[in-house]
Write a protein that binds this ligand. Structure first.
Ligand SMILES: *[C@@H]1O[C@H](CO)[C@@H](O)[C@H](O)[C@H]1NC(C)=O
Ligand SMILES: *[C@@H]1O[C@H](CO)[C@@H](O)[C@H](O)[C@H]1NC(C)=O
Ligand SMILES: *[C@@H]1O[C@H](CO)[C@@H](O)[C@H](O)[C@H]1NC(C)=O
Ligand SMILES: *[C@@H]1O[C@H](CO)[C@@H](O)[C@H](O)[C@H]1NC(C)=O
Ligand SMILES: *[C@@H]1O[C@H](CO)[C@@H](O)[C@H](O)[C@H]1NC(C)=O
Ligand SMILES: *[C@@H]1O[C@H](CO)[C@@H](O)[C@H](O)[C@H]1NC(C)=O
Length: 413
């Protein structure tokens, strides 16, 4: 076979493609490439996908935002929350001179990709990675465009101390999302002179047997207040096992973090089976104030899902609102950083990779976004109104005004 074609195939199938590096774009580009990494089939991801696409259209059809420049969005389906595939996807974006990546959705992946974002200086704007430890100075290019679980755990600790419960049991996936969320809860409970009396970690590769084994241990404990910090996509399974083991009756208190409202908001017609096992559970939801922007978006939702998905329509959840605003705030930041100024969008070679020149993976082709720092600063300076309310970051890099609603599930509401 012709060597040229062989190489071509290799590049096409391979992970890293050669990018056009070192070319300075003109001052007013016609398009700006942005990427997004989410899990299309998850409760958060399918809602976010529709919201992000709608937001890009809204930005592109409103000349007041980017003054004619268009956002060009490339979305990738991270089917699993695997860190490795996230790396591959993030690196692929460098091929098309992507200036920012929306996502990733999962905190586990955010930890891994943040290292890459630091290196190529491309801001990551995650609307769903809530692990509090992602705010650290270690990850300057990670921007959380949703609320940190630090605030959610403060709310949970408030509930626990309000009812004067002394000790709680926690059930969580044993990964970055679970462990770091629970660590924050431990700190917040300690502030209220309460504590975690037993931790029941679950394998992130979940099956019913391992849930049952964990819950058997939980049932042996003295404390009857159980906090569930899980994922929307399998949290109900844990409650179902608990119901089968007779642990949903009186005497137990179950508090679910916002994964449960995410499921309920997304799937309004939950099977009646799940309906039984969630009775009496307390849960939280990120609170977004009522506004005209929010009402308009909510009223467009059924149209948006009907035209964009061939599957059953699904409801809008809080993460969908934050996903929409992530695009708006990025567009405003791009405008402030580049399009209203003489600053150019350009990429250059990464000198620390020059020793990898040649080689099958072409690592030397990974380029650095020269304006990355400027864009990052501009993102953190944004001050606009969105569907989630005022969008503005405080000096810790958290969105202002974190607030949660507390919901007690009784009947169907
Ligand atoms: C931006 O690009 C224009 C034309 O390509 C060039 O004249 C100008 O010096 C560049 N500005 C910066 C800040 O690099
Ligand atoms: C999507 O998720 C649903 C339930 O969460 C599952 O039944 C279905 O098989 C998934 N589809 C794909 C393509 O993964
Ligand atoms: C929009 O771009 C045009 C030229 O492309 C420029 O004359 C005009 O001032 C810009 N408007 C804003 C609001 O930046
Ligand atoms: C780069 O852009 C091309 C053309 O729009 C597209 O086919 C390709 O999938 C993009 N690659 C990535 C990694 O986004
Ligand atoms: C929904 O779509 C239909 C047809 O495209 C349109 O007439 C209607 O105004 C839309 N409704 C909303 C609330 O956007
Ligand atoms: C942010 O915007 C609001 C309303 O548009 C304004 O009142 C406030 O002063 C702005 N804050 C900063 C720091 O610019």
């Amino acid at each position: 076979m012709n060597m040229f074609w062989l190489l071509g195939l290799l590049f096409y199938n391979g992970l890293f493609l050669i990018s056009t590096t070192g070319t300075g774009a003109s001052t007013r580009p016609d398009i700006v490439n942005i990427g997004a990494i989410l899990s299309f089939n998850s409760s958060i991801g399918k809602v976010a996908k529709v919201a992000i696409e709608a937001a890009v259209e809204d930005v592109n059809s409103d000349p007041a935002v980017l003054n004619g420049t268009k956002l060009k969005l490339e979305m990738r389906d991270a089917k699993l929350s695997s860190g490795f595939l996230g790396i591959v996807e993030a690196l692929q974006f460098t091929e098309n001179d992507t200036v920012a990546i929306i996502g990733p959705q999962h905190s586990v992946m955010a930890h891994v990709i943040s290292h890459i974002a630091n290196e190529i200086q491309v801001p990551l704007l995650s609307f769903a990675a809530t692990d509090p430890s992602l705010n650290s100075l270690q990850f300057p290019y990670f921007v959380r465009t949703t609320q940190s679980d630090l605030f959610q755990m403060a709310a949970v600790a408030d509930i626990v101390s309000y009812y004067e419960w002394q000790a709680v049991i926690v059930i969580y996936p044993d990964d970055d999302h679970g462990r770091n969320g629970i660590a924050a809860l431990g700190d917040k409970l300690a502030d209220k002179r309460c504590k975690i009396s037993y931790k029941a970690p679950l394998s992130p590769k979940l099956n019913r047997e391992s849930i049952t084994n964990s819950l058997v241990n939980v049932a042996l404990m003295d404390s009857r207040v159980i906090i569930l910090h899980l994922y929307a996509d399998w949290g109900l399974e844990v409650l179902d096992v608990a119901r089968n083991m007779g642990m949903m009756g009186s005497g137990y208190v179950w508090i679910a973090t916002d994964w449960l409202t995410t499921v309920l908001d997304t799937e309004p017609s939950l099977p009646s089976k799940a309906g039984d096992s969630i009775q009496g559970v307390l849960t939280l939801r990120m609170h977004t104030p009522d506004s005209e922007l929010k009402r308009n978006f909510v009223s467009r939702w059924s149209n948006l899902t009907a035209t964009r998905t061939d599957k059953d329509p699904f409801g809008l959840n809080a993460y969908g609102l934050y996903a929409y605003d992530t695009v708006s705030l990025l567009a405003h930041a791009l405008h402030d950083a580049f399009l209203s100024q003489t600053e150019n969008i350009s990429f250059s070679n990464n000198p620390s990779l020059s020793e990898f020149t040649g080689g099958t993976f072409h690592l030397d082709a990974l380029s650095i976004f020269d304006g990355g720092k400027v864009l990052l600063d501009s993102v953190l300076q944004v001050n606009i109104s969105g569907v989630t309310g005022s969008i503005k970051f405080n000096s810790d890099g958290n969105l202002i005004h974190p607030a949660y609603e507390v919901i007690n599930i009784i009947g169907k509401g």
